[in-house]
Design a protein around this ligand. Sequence first.
Ligand code: GDP
Ligand code: MN
Length: 392
Amino acid sequence: MKIQEADAKSLLLAQGLPVPPWKVARTSAEVAAAAMSFLDAGAGKVVIKAQVLVGGRGKAGGVKLAGSADEAADVGSRILGMDIKGITVRKVLVGAAAEIVKEYYLGAIIDRASRCIVLMASAEGGVEIEEVARQNPGAIHRVSADPLLGLLAFQARALGLAIGLRDPLLTPFVEIAQGLYATMKANDADLVEVNPLAIVAERAADGSATQRLVCLDAKITLDDSGLARHPNLEAYRDLDEEDPTDAEARRLGINFIHLDGTIGCMVNGAGLAMTTMDLVKHYGGEPANFLDVGGGARRETVCGAMELILADPHVNAILVNIFGGITRGDEVASGLIEARAEQKREVPMVVRIVGTNAVEAARLLTEANFETAASLDEAAEKAVALSKGAAR
Ligand code: GDP
Ligand code: MN
């Protein structure tokens, strides 16, 4: 689950990280009021930032500065309602604009290869890190946190030195890097990214400036499977931006991931679902989704899963692969028959059901004129042929 910048900043703040104060506004009047409060408190300018779950808002015109409440209202009215990468902006973050001296990148990710949390940093901050990775991979420095000991201070210091930081900013950098690690652990996050982590100049009343490291942007992705352990994080789910298909899958308790192919897959068990997708590819097809109906799937779940699959207009063939253990084959078969009677779009389908009550399932499916397959290979091969036939 992706969460908005403002919510990500709340999680960073909870770990004691330096995040400048902000307010969230949904109308230009609210933007003006928020701007006024920061300007009154001494800010020279305010920054107004679109809150949408995509990167590159700055480039898209979703991050702007304003010098007065009126200007802020004007900028706010232009950003609110703006379309950024297909998403309508419904809210903005307003804060005192920082005087940026230099922008860095700092991120924590789960590195599957080393099975560790890895901290990545770069002196080429502000821009999209994928771009840096492509053009100048040497500019990204990494350290792996120890699974038991965490991110140790000397590791964080080495990372800070590698991106050119020196005292007095090195110690705060170490605390920030360890804070990112703590944020990962505390929330079961997959990704915690601060881009830019910025050196900002802060001016005192007498005009003298001190330099400080602050988190100017924040991006956090939470592990969906960890959410059960953090009921408080559910409040950060942004229903405005959630794909309706994903919301429905969650409601049905189905594991569903949309992909770009044409063959809709309905499978029980994550491992079997992966194998099924592999075989579809092996026979020259492209899966349209990963879908695990889970153990003990009932008729209603099967009907719901079929609707999710058919909601994708690119699906032109369906492969059902069920290994009946707790799941009863005949339940699935009746679910499929019911779903087909109700579905709005006719799509060729091949069904393979083995295991518990497979004989009963086969009888039901044959009576209802379903195309069946005895083996997984046969089923995948047939599904690919059906898809290609439909495409012609
Ligand atoms: P993103 O484009 O979605 O990653 O949004 P960011 O929050 O990273 O903002 C994009 C860019 O806007 C940053 O890299 C900064 O250069 C600039 N920016 C963001 N906040 C401020 C600020 O408070 N003051 C100034 N001067 N620039 C800012
Ligand atoms: Mn950013």
